[in-house]
Design a protein around this ligand. Structure first.
Ligand code: AMP
Length: 208
């Protein structure tokens, strides 16, 4: 059973690693950010509710986010485990998660601050879920589905700064939270996608 939480600042590479892990370990990748963005794109009531909050770089209220994740984890594909990416983001969310699931490992992807800003500035997304970086991918269309790539609204510099402040204040304390529970593994996320993936896989395989 692998119930995995990925921790790390915005731009640490959680989404990239989660997508690779999903393939390798055949676990569902649950990204609250992706769920919110899909709802915004489709104009659902949830999307309408959260758009302004996300555009400012603030956090969606805990009750709403927790309810969403609780429903998702109750689905049959999560019986064998899951990869949570972007949740929990506050101590209250982590405590709520404990009431309906137990986390086997929290993998903290540690990256330097300058790398985070650089990565986010070049990040490009596709609506199919693929992500790219301008430093390694020059085209405007997705290699998988051909749709036009776009930059997330909240990847603009002033919003990124607010997201990093929110991370420091609200999310960073989770490192201590999971350390106390004996499930924290911190790995170096500065060395590129492949090297990071090797380290994350080692943790999951019990070799780290
Ligand atoms: P992400 O794609 O994980 O960077 O999330 C994008 C945005 O969605 C965040 O900046 C928040 O506004 C919102 N969001 C995603 N996950 C959460 C969460 N667990 N709690 C509150 N807000 C969230």
């Amino acid at each position: 059973m692998a119930r995995i939480v990925l921790l790390g600042a915005p731009g640490a590479g959680k989404g990239t690693q989660a997508a690779l892990l999903k393939e390798k370990y055949n676990l569902p990748h649950i990204s609250t950010g992706d769920i919110f963005r899909a709802n915004i794109r489709e104009g659902t009531p949830l999307g309408v509710k959260v758009k302004a909050i996300i555009d400012k770089g603030e956090l969606v209220p805990d009750e709403l986010t927790v309810a969403l994740v609780k429903d998702r984890l109750a689905m049959p594909d999560c019986e064998k485990g899951y990869i949570l990416d972007g949740f929990p983001r506050t101590i209250a969310q982590a405590e709520a998660l404990e009431s309906f699931s137990s986390v086997d490992m929290a993998i903290n992807i540690a990256v330097d601050d300058e790398a985070v800003i650089r990565r986010i500035a070049g990040r490009r997304m596709c609506k199919c879920g693929e992500t790219y970086h301008t430093s390694t991918y020059g085209a405007d269309e997705c290699a998988k589905c051909g749709s036009k790539l776009y930059q997330r609204d909240d990847d603009r510099e002033e919003v990124v700064r607010e997201r990093l402040r929110v991370y420091d204040r609200q999310t960073k304390p989770l490192i201590e939270f999971y350390a106390k529970r004996g499930v924290l593994h911190t790995i170096d996320g500065n060395k590129g996608v492949e090297a990071t993936f090797r380290l994350v896989s080692e943790v999951i395989d019990g070799r780290h």
